[in-house]
Write a protein that binds this ligand. Structure first.
Ligand code: ADP
Ligand code: ASP
Ligand code: MG
Length: 445
């Protein structure tokens, strides 16, 4: 079994959905397809939840109308068979009617999740019926029946395996199963999500649960690039990354992968391929347990970082001090990403501000607190990157760029810089020039 995930742009138009059909109908092996919503649809559904909160009934109705038109149009263009087209439209109408009902109930977290995951339900319904209309047998499986993910950081893939087996038992044999990405059931059995961009994570959780041969993530770019192509010119795809390198890059902001995508497949050693739906002949990127050679591989950036400096005149670094500080963050379930210390101050960063006020209240006793929001962590990643001389060129940036913190040597595979977000693009471009353009790629010096 192979798991193939197709992202929003891959299923964003009639033409691209036809590409997806070609890809999933090639090759003899059994496939489980994990599909996202059509691009833009999840954002529209999020806007519905905002209208619900503000009591904007007309706003909700307007977006539901837009979604109906969009999905009906795609259905009409893809599915010629009259009965199948009719059935598909009925199912889309039922999903949208359910949304309308939710908007009238008391709004809560489950209501939010039910609304924002509706795009995946509509699209998988269209795609399954489209394949049927082309004579390609398949089973559409409702992910809400088996994606029991009680712990977002550490999914129980054995449980998903058991649920999946129950779900497919009794179904006729088929080579193609189709399901929705993004949605899950939580520890209270309520409908929830794997967070935005979570279909990648659905694919690797299922890959691990089903002991798949491989997981393929199909998107709109030819693999993992060595820098963020949205901000930097002349980036290029990397042929091979290790699990650790890809996990590090995804965690530190590379949008191509949901931050947790890699973790479920590491211990089962299941390779993940990143491929472009629009240029399927290109090799893309292979992420696996194999070492891919030493040296800097790629740069990524994660926004929404808050830096907290605790400054004291007392002996700050005295025995037990750091423990007390960390315990405060731990009590408020807030992970720390970067840390630097001096004799009288400690600076650290967090990416989750939800409990910031409570944290500040508790650490205020230890000294003067300075909070700086709107920062980004820029990461240079690669096996033994700290031994790679070209990575040391980051220090040349200090001549004319303001860098708030540097973490060098915390791990052999990662060097992190903290910069103001307004400065991020400039730093990404300068770094790219220094480490990839002026120093040839692949040269470990
Ligand atoms: P999908 O809808 O298929 O999940 P995403 O938009 O989530 O696609 O991810 C693909 C996008 O990620 C690319 O179009 C690209 O703009 C962006 N991206 C950011 N960093 C990288 C990177 N290092 N390599 C490739 N793409 C990246
Ligand atoms: N459709 C969801 C989102 O836009 C999940 C995904 O695409 O991975 O976040
Ligand atoms: Mg994505």
């Amino acid at each position: 079994m192979k798991v193939l995930k197709f992202g929003g742009t891959s299923v964003g138009s009639v033409a691209s959905i036809k590409n997806v059909k070609t890809i999933c109908c090639s090759g003899p092996e059994k496939k489980l397809l994990v599909l996202s919503a059509m691009s833009g649809v999840t954002n529209q559904l999020v806007s519905i939840t905002e209208s619900i909160k503000s009591g904007d009934v007309a706003g909700v109705a307007k977006v539901i109308d837009v979604l109906e038109t969009k999905h009906f149009e795609v259905t009409e263009k893809l599915i010629q068979d009259g009965l199948l087209q009719y059935e598909t439209k009925q199912e889309i109408s039922a999903i949208l009617a359910e949304l309308e009902t939710i908007t009238k109930l008391e709004y809560n977290e489950e209501g939010y999740s039910r609304v924002v995951t509706a795009g995946e339900r509509m699209l998988t319904c269209i795609f399954s019926k489209y394949l049927k209309s082309c004579g390609v047998e398949n089973h559409l499986l409702d992910a809400r029946d088996f994606m029991q993910v009680n712990n977002l950081e550490n999914p129980d893939t054995d449980l998903v395996n058991e649920n999946f087996k129950i779900k497919v038992s009794g179904l006729s044999d088929t080579d193609i199963y189709i399901t929705q990405g993004f949605v899950r059931r939580d520890e209270n059995n309520k409908i929830s999500t794997l967070k935005r961009g979570g279909s990648d994570y659905t694919a690797t959780i299922l890959g691990a649960a089903l002991n798949a041969e491989e997981v393929q993530i199909w998107t709109d770019i030819d693999g993992f690039h060595n820098n963020d192509p949205r901000y930097v010119e002349h980036t290029h795809p990397i042929a091979e990354l290790s699990f650790e390198e890809a996990a590090e890059l995804a965690y530190f902001g590379a949008k191509i992968l949901h931050p947790q995508t890699v973790s479920p497949v590491i211990h089962k050693n299941i390779p993940v391929y990143l491929k472009n739906t629009f240029t399927p002949h290109l090799p893309g990127t292979r992420i696996s347990g194999q070492s891919t050679g030493k040296g800097l591989k790629a740069i990524s950036a994660k926004d929404g970082i808050t830096a907290i400096k605790i400054k004291s005149n007392r002996m700050l670094m005295a025995h037990g001090f750091l423990r007390k500080i960390f315990e405060v963050f731990d009590r408020h379930q807030t992970a720390i990403d970067m840390i630097t210390t001096s004799e009288i101050a400690i600076s650290l960063t967090i990416d989750d501000n939800r409990n910031l006020d409570k944290i500040i209240e508790e650490i205020e006793d230890y000294g003067e607190i300075i909070v700086e929001r709107d920062h980004s962590i820029i990461c240079l990643v690669g096996e033994a990157v700290i031994e790679d001389k070209k990575a040391s060129r980051i220090f040349e940036l200090l001549h004319d760029t303001s860098i708030r913190m540097i973490s060098y040597g915390g791990s052999n595979n990662n060097i992190s810089l903290l910069v103001g977000t307004s400065n991020k693009i400039n730093v990404l471009q300068k770094l790219h020039q220094k480490v990839f353009v002026e120093t040839p790629v692949g040269e470990f010096v």
